[in-house]
Design a protein around this ligand. Structure first.
Ligand code: ZN
Length: 428
């Protein structure tokens, strides 16, 4: 009794028609990859040859067994042209495990360009992540971000060396944080297009260093593509670093107030930043009319009501007011900007002021984060929010984090609240 294949003579396990495993697999592949002429589609011959050359054709046969294995359907789709032979097509193909396996085979036999495995896994994850979003617009923004920013970065890194699972999770986190930001705006009835500097600051204060670092790429991309307005990204030196400890903030404020080596202008700006958590871009928009004298108290109008200014800072600001810079040109003589710029009628560039403030040793984002926290501790949250122009919900969360109670405070009834700005003498 012969155990030899009736076609090729190979001895071993025989299947239907007394064919060996390899010949049976060849027949099966011809059937699945048939282009309509009874032969394997010429373009797919390398795939068939690759499969037939495997050490263990039995596993190949099992993979394409006559049961309901989805791979068989995928091969038929390739042969009929229903599934284009591109990475794009495979990105969304279902069921994904079978598709991923076939995609690897197509890369192995040279029919698809080789792509790093971690990129394939990331694309798969991204597809499912986006499919799970309820907001189609969010999904569209994130897809654009992934296509034009995340994936090109991954590809160029993969060219240098194979990516690691950690590298893949890292970019996944960037998508997750961007999704959280979009959701946050949606929760407040807004969209990312409404994003202001105050939102970005508030977000950075509320999130961990790593979460902020993960959002960085998305924010940069969003600004570059004009999805959001330009903003000051929290300093690169300490990406979303922790807020300054209160004692550092106090020490910096003391330094700014007493060290006369820095210019009066940069010291005044730094003091406002340290006290009121204002972005430099906002500080440059202040006018001399925002400094209000009420009896013997000086107030700074950042929101409503104006915020009281403690004595040493008020003195510094008044001294500065007496000798504002860039006032000598004829056109600027009547400028009402608190920090007039070189160009007539315009305030100082935020970047210019920012550089000067940092030269004093004041790290702007950490200082602002610290200042917001301190205000929240000192004052009822809604007052901090309106006085500094921050979103109230954000301030409430900060208050909760800082351990103060927001819920016990009744908005609109803050007269007499201890330590609140409404204690200022007679409102106008
Ligand atoms: Zn055979």
């Amino acid at each position: 009794m012969s155990y030899a294949c009736s076609r090729c003579g190979h001895e071993g396990k025989l299947h239907g028609g007394r064919r060996c495993t390899r010949c049976t697999l060849a027949d099966r592949l011809t059937e699945l990859l048939d282009d309509g002429t009874g032969r394997v589609h010429p373009r797919l011959v390398p795939l068939a040859e690759h499969l037939l050359s495997m050490d263990n054709p039995l596993s190949g046969l099992a993979w394409l067994s006559y049961g309901r294995h989805p791979s068989a359907a995928l091969l038929r789709g390739l042969a009929s042209g229903e599934i284009p032979l591109t990475h794009d097509a495979f990105r969304t193909l279902q069921p994904w495990r079978a598709a991923a396996h076939l995609r690897e085979l197509l890369m192995a036999c040279g029919l698809l360009p080789v792509v790093d495995k971690q990129i394939l896994l990331f694309e798969r994850w991204l597809h499912e992540h986006l499919a799970g979003l309820t907001d189609a617009e969010h999904a569209q923004i994130l897809r654009r971000f992934a296509t034009w920013n995340v994936l090109p970065r991954l590809r160029s890194r993969a060219e240098a060396r194979p990516l690691t699972p950690a590298g893949r999770r890292y970019v996944g986190e960037q998508i997750i944080q961007a999704t959280a930001l979009l959701d946050w705006f949606a929760d407040h009835g807004r969209t990312i297009a409404d994003c202001t500097q105050a939102d970005i600051d508030a977000w950075h204060v509320r999130h961990t260093t790593s979460a902020n670092a993960n959002l960085r790429q998305f924010l940069l991309w969003a600004a570059k593509t004009r999805l959001i307005r330009r903003f000051d990204l929290p300093s690169t030196a300490s990406p979303g670093g922790p807020p300054l400890p209160e004692r550092d903030r106090t020490a910096l404020l003391g330094h700014v107030l007493t060290d006369r080596t820095g210019s009066l202008r940069s010291r005044a700006a730094a003091a406002i930043l340290l006290l009121y958590a204002q972005p430099v871009s906002r500080i440059t928009r202040l006018t001399i009319d925002d400094i209000i004298r009420e009896g013997d108290q000086i107030l700074l109008r950042l929101g409503d009501p104006p915020s009281p200014m403690p004595e040493p800072v008020a003195a510094l600001l008044l001294e500065y007011l007496g000798q504002r810079t860039n006032m000598r040109t004829a056109t600027n003589r009547d400028s009402r900007w608190l920090f007039p710029g070189r160009r007539a009628g315009e305030p100082l560039q935020p970047s210019t002021l920012s550089t000067q403030v940092q030269a004093l040793g004041v790290p702007s984002i950490a200082a602002r984060a610290a200042a917001i926290r301190q205000h929240v501790l000192d004052l009822p949250a809604p007052i901090v929010a309106t006085a500094l122009g921050y979103h109230q919900v954000t301030t409430a969360r900060l208050a909760a984090e800082a351990g103060t109670t927001w819920s016990t405070y009744a908005p609109g009834d803050h007269r007499g609240e201890e330590g609140s700005v409404s204690n200022r003498p007679s409102p106008e």
